[in-house]
Structures are given as C-alpha cells and as structure tokens.
Design a protein around this ligand. Structure first.
Ligand SMILES: Cc1cc2nc3c(=O)[nH]c(=O)nc-3n(C[C@H](O)[C@H](O)[C@H](O)COP(=O)(O)OP(=O)(O)OC[C@H]3O[C@@H](n4cnc5c(N)ncnc54)[C@H](O)[C@@H]3O)c2cc1C
Length: 440
C-alpha cells in the first residue's frame, strides 16, 4: 500500500511508524516547520520543553508501551504532583484526603460530599448512562451547588469558557475516573510521568524509525487538497506542486474544519458530524522567571478577577537545572478563537497578565521575568456535549481509502497523547486490513 498521512503530530507519526514497520510505503505531510503538533517543543535555558505543558498518568498504557518500543522508558520520571486552588489570594493544596477536609473555600459538609462523589465517580463505569446529562446538572444534583460554584464549576469554566454549561457529564466522568484510577487500588499519592528531555523525543524517535526504513517525512508541506475520483481517494495535492502525489489510502489527522476544506466531496451525515465539531482554542503563555512563583505544579486559579484559570509551574515537577536554572511557568487559557484575549499580541497579553501574579505570590516582582513565549492552538480542546457518541464521526469516512483520526474522536476519555498513540495504531491497522482486502 502507498499511504499518505496528513499531519506530523503524534497520531500521524504513530500511524506512519506502524505502517512502515509492516512494509507499506508511507509519506507524512506536515504543514508546520517541525514535527510534534500539539506536543511541539521549544528551548528554554538550553533545555527542551513542550510549548504546552504535558505529563502522562500511570494508566496511560498505550504511550507507555510505545515508549518502551522506542527505548525511552529508561528516561521516564514518575513524580509526585502538587495540585492546589488559588482562591481569594490564598493557595489551598488539593491532593490528599486531608487537603480536601481542610479546604476552607467550602463548608465542612460540602468537603465530605465532594470526597464521596469523587469516590463514586472513580468506581462508576457505566458512562453511557450519563450521556443525557450535563456536567453542571449532575454535579449540582449530587455534589451540591456550593461545590459546583466553588470547585468544579470554575474548573469547567477554565476549560470550556462560555460553553461550560453544555459540557456532557461523560467528559467530566472521564477526567475524574482516569485520574483516580491512575492512583491504583490503594489510592496512593498521584504520580505524573514526564520524559526527560521532553515528550518531543517521542516524535524524534518515531521520525528516525520511519525514515530508516524508507518512509518519507515532509515538513513545511501543507496538504491543500485530497484528490478523490469516483468515490475513492487517489492522491494528495501539497505545497506549490501542481501535480498530486498518488496514494492508495490517506489518513487525515487534522481538525474537523480543516478536513472539510481539504475534501469538499465529503457530504451528507459524515460532513454534518464534522461540522458539529467545536473546539476551545488554547492560548498558552510561558514565562521564564528568575525565581519560583509558587511551590505548586498545577495551580487552578478560581479567582474571577484573574484572567487565566491555570498556572502550571513546570519547574515544580522537573528540576530547574534542566533549564539552566530558569523557572518555567505556563499561564494557560482556553477560549473561543474569536475572543479578544485570544487575539491579543504577546506584549498586550503579558501586560494584561503580569499584574495578577502578585495575587499568587505577593512578592512577585516584574524584574523576575526573563522571557515570555506565546503559542496558540485553535483546535485546543474539543467541546464534548451531551449525547456525544452520536456526534463522533467514524474513523472510516464515506470516501473509500480515506480515514480520519483527530481529537474530536476521543470519547469517553478526554483527548491526550495516550489516545493519539491508540488512534495512530488503529489507523495503521485499519488501512493494512483494507489493503489485504484489495490485494488478496
Ligand atoms: C494546552 C494543551 C495541553 C495538553 N496537555 C496534555 C497533557 O498534559 N497530557 C496529554 O496526554 N495530552 C495533553 N494535551 C493533548 C495532546 O497534546 C493532544 O491530544 C495530541 O498531541 C494530539 O495529537 P494529534 O496528532 O492528534 O494532533 P496534532 O498534534 O494537532 O497534529 C495535527 C498536525 O496536523 C498538522 N496540519 C494541520 N493542517 C495540515 C495540512 N493542511 N497539511 C499538513 N499538516 C497539517 C498540524 O500542523 C499538526 O502538526 C494537551 C494539549 C494542549 C493544547
């Protein structure tokens, strides 16, 4: 089989790796200058780090097994996480049962109720029964309004903004369930996984193996058209070439709106499902500081006067010596791509954010700032609404030989690197299987 892959993120590279391993001829087309997509990296203080904060959980079996295959497991670090809420200029730790019982922004009865609901969701597995209800409705009913307004509501708003009220309970169940399950039966302290030298090394390892067996990788090469003849995919138009490259099968790993543009032949129910896809855009500003901002890795900011809902201090998970002693803090926001904040220039956004850092650390001084980097991703987080299973487009499109694997198809689990690995492997298997049908 001659297979074309659109997108050099994790999903596309994993699919290419499995297909080349099995003797297929593969070409990957990546629009950007580098591979990795949402797990792309940058350099800070001589160290390599993700443009968007990344970690994995102990139960992310697909990516752990891929790293094993790529001989990267020896460089995995499993580290205790520190999670807290910043409410009313105070940092409240939120990791252990004791932290929960001491969590003063809510009353004691609500703290107990919150803990019990968490345990219930951890054990609950019949997620299909939650498909009809929104997270807001379910949380208010079972955990109470105060817990919604002070704890889970702000987290949902931080991720989904104005669309938070529409988010399906299955999405929330998926998050809580996975996180608790990752602690194991004894509910050990949470450990997060990080690959020394960044997860970008997975993309490097895959690319090296793909190319070593003759696979082709083209960066800076956006696909402009999927060529379809008589209901079957026949090639890809890319770059400035007027001539299309011929392929027997194509795997698209781009967002749903991009796929619709690349393949106008997609119509009917399939195109309708692609059009239903909605995303929150990710806006992530990395601050390079001379000093530690807070002692917390994952700081949920539940203060409506602070314009970012999350501060992730990478150097509270990974030692600052990996980045020449510099402290790295991601100020993360998920917004509509049309919102004024998403459109702001880096300098404006920095001026907007900086005064609020004193609410996290009263000693913060703008002199601590050495550098700021800004990255934006339009398809940052699919908005997962109620009855989502009926909205997900299948991987096999109605066009013969054309397959889709993107983050809108992560369900009931939220999108993650682990799911990208699983999807990439599944796409390779589906294409190979279809090829067997054609040839033999
Ligand atoms: C802020 C943020 C934090 C995250 N944190 C975590 C985390 O802690 N843990 C975790 O597991 N996951 C995390 N994720 C999610 C994870 O990074 C993604 O789910 C995963 O990387 C998606 O991979 P992908 O290959 O499916 O898509 P992408 O990485 O989006 O890859 C698609 C690729 O297609 C390319 N492309 C687009 N158009 C074209 C075209 N016309 N022609 C050719 N190429 C094209 C793009 O440039 C891109 O490289 C995070 C994501 C974000 C945004």
């Amino acid at each position: 089989m001659k297979v074309g892959i659109i997108g050099g993120g994790l999903t596309g590279l994993v699919a290419a790796y499995d297909l080349t391993k099995n003797g297929h001829s593969v070409s990957v087309f990546e629009a950007g200058p580098e591979l990795g997509g949402q797990v792309g990296t940058m350099t800070v203080g001589g160290g390599r780090v993700e443009r968007y904060y990344h970690h994995i959980f102990t139960n992310d079996a697909d990516i752990i097994s891929l790293m094993d295959e790529l001989e990267l497991t020896k460089d995995m670090q499993w580290l205790e996480s520190t999670v807290a809420f910043c409410v009313g200029n105070k940092i409240h730790p939120f990791v252990t049962a004791l932290d929960l019982l001491s969590f003063s922004p809510i009353g004691f009865i609500d703290r107990v109720r919150l803990g019990l609901v968490g345990i219930y969701l951890q054990r609950y597995t019949d997620w299909r029964k939650l498909e009809h209800v929104t997270a807001k409705e379910w949380i208010i009913k079972y955990a109470g309004r105060s817990n919604y307004e002070n704890v889970w509501g702000p987290l949902l708003k931080g991720k989904f903004g104005d669309t938070a009220d529409e988010v399906g309970m299955v999405w929330y169940w998926g998050k809580v369930h996975q996180r608790f399950a990752s602690r194991g039966k004894g509910m050990q302290k949470e450990k997060l996984g990080y690959l020394s030298g960044s997860f970008g090394r997975i993309a490097d390892g895959l690319a090296q193996r793909i190319q070593s067996v003759g696979g082709v990788i083209r960066t800076g090469r956006p696909v402009s058209r999927v060529v379809v003849e008589n209901g079957r995919v026949t090639g890809l138009q890319s770059g400035a070439d007027s001539q299309a490259d011929p392929f027997d099968a194509v795997i698209a790993t781009v967002s749903s709106p991009i796929l619709l543009k690349l393949v106008p032949e997609l119509t009917g129910d399939y195109a309708a499902r692609l059009r239903l896809a909605r995303y929150q855009a990710a806006l992530c500003m990395t601050l390079v500081l001379k000093q530690q901002l807070s002692p917390i890795y994952w700081l949920n900011v539940s203060d409506p006067t602070i314009p970012f809902p999350l501060a992730v201090e990478q150097t509270n998970l990974i030692d600052a010596s990996n980045y020449g002693g510099k402290r790295i803090v991601y100020l993360s926001n998920y917004l509509s791509k049309d919102s004024p904040t998403y459109q702001m220039s880096k300098d404006h956004l920095l001026a907007f954010y900086l005064p609020h850092l004193k609410k996290i650390n009263p000693n913060f001084n703008p002199d601590w700032l050495e550098d700021a980097l800004l990255y934006r991703e339009e398809a940052g987080q699919p908005i997962v609404t109620t009855h989502y299973s009926s909205k997900v487009p299948p991987h096999a499109t109605p066009i013969a030989g054309l397959y889709l694997a993107n983050t809108t198809q992560s369900y009931p689990e939220d999108r993650s690197m682990n799911i990208s690995v699983r999807h990439g492997r599944l796409m390779a298997a589906m294409v190979a299987e279809a090829g067997r049908g054609v040839t033999g």
